[in-house]
Design a protein around this ligand. Structure first.
Ligand SMILES: [Zn+2]
Ligand SMILES: [Zn+2]
Length: 214
């Protein structure tokens, strides 16, 4: 997550109420019952692959929060979902977010806590896409949230690419097959001509021999 301390700082600075609240990072949904989920979708995030020079930005980063208030102790578990590098595809890389985006998401989280835990009326949640329109197609296969079925981004399905590639490959192999077949047919013709010529020579030879003996 890289800038986790910025999340803690923004949360403790803004959270308020009669109870004590803590926030922790987690890598999956908590097992126990009684957690209120809040999913922040379409957030701006930056990614850097640790294994190659590739880096990218996305406005479809997803963070899952789980909220629980028991015995005047409030707890938030935070699970940022990752995206895979298109070159390496071996691990989910967690997004890094600028402080202005962290502040917006934390405000959305606190609004959700006020609404769900204290029954308050809260204004609408704010968009966290940084006012940006897009950074290329959102590839479903590389997005952890898409795989979990919780991403609402209009996904670009890379199967289209695969189908096109497969079709071209199939076409190429068929063309190759045709040329092989054509080549085979040429070989057959050449072989037939040679045999025919050999038979003619043989007949002439037999005829000459016969004529000489007579
Ligand atoms: Zn990579
Ligand atoms: Zn997605």
């Amino acid at each position: 997550m890289g800038n986790y301390r910025h999340w803690k700082k923004a949360f403790y600075k803004n959270v308020f109420g009669p109870d004590i609240w803590t926030i922790k990072i987690c890598n999956e949904k908590p097992n126990q019952m009684g957690w209120i989920p809040f999913t922040q979708r379409d957030a701006f995030g930056e990614y850097k692959c640790p294994d190659c020079p590739n880096s990218w930005k996305s406005i479809h980063s997803v963070i899952e929060f789980y909220i629980q208030l028991t015995n005047r102790q409030g707890r938030v578990m935070m699970n940022p979902l990752g995206q895979q590098c298109k070159n390496c595809i071996d691990q989910y890389i967690k997004p890094k977010m600028p402080n202005r985006i962290i502040r917006i998401i934390v405000q959305n989280l606190i609004k959700t806590i006020r609404k769900k835990c204290y029954g308050e009326y809260v204004p609408q949640l704010d968009p966290a896409d940084d006012g940006q329109s897009g950074h290329g197609p959102h590839i479903k296969e590389l997005c952890q949230a898409c795989r979990l079925g919780i991403c609402k981004a209009k996904a670009f399905n890379s199967h289209h690419f695969r189908h096109i590639t497969v079709n071209i490959e199939e076409k190429e192999s068929k063309t190759q097959l045709n040329s092989f077949q054509q080549q085979d047919s040429c070989n057959f013709k050449a072989c037939f001509c040679a045999c025919f010529f050999a038979i003619i020579v043989l007949i002439c030879f037999i005829w000459i021999m016969k004529y000489n003996f007579v």
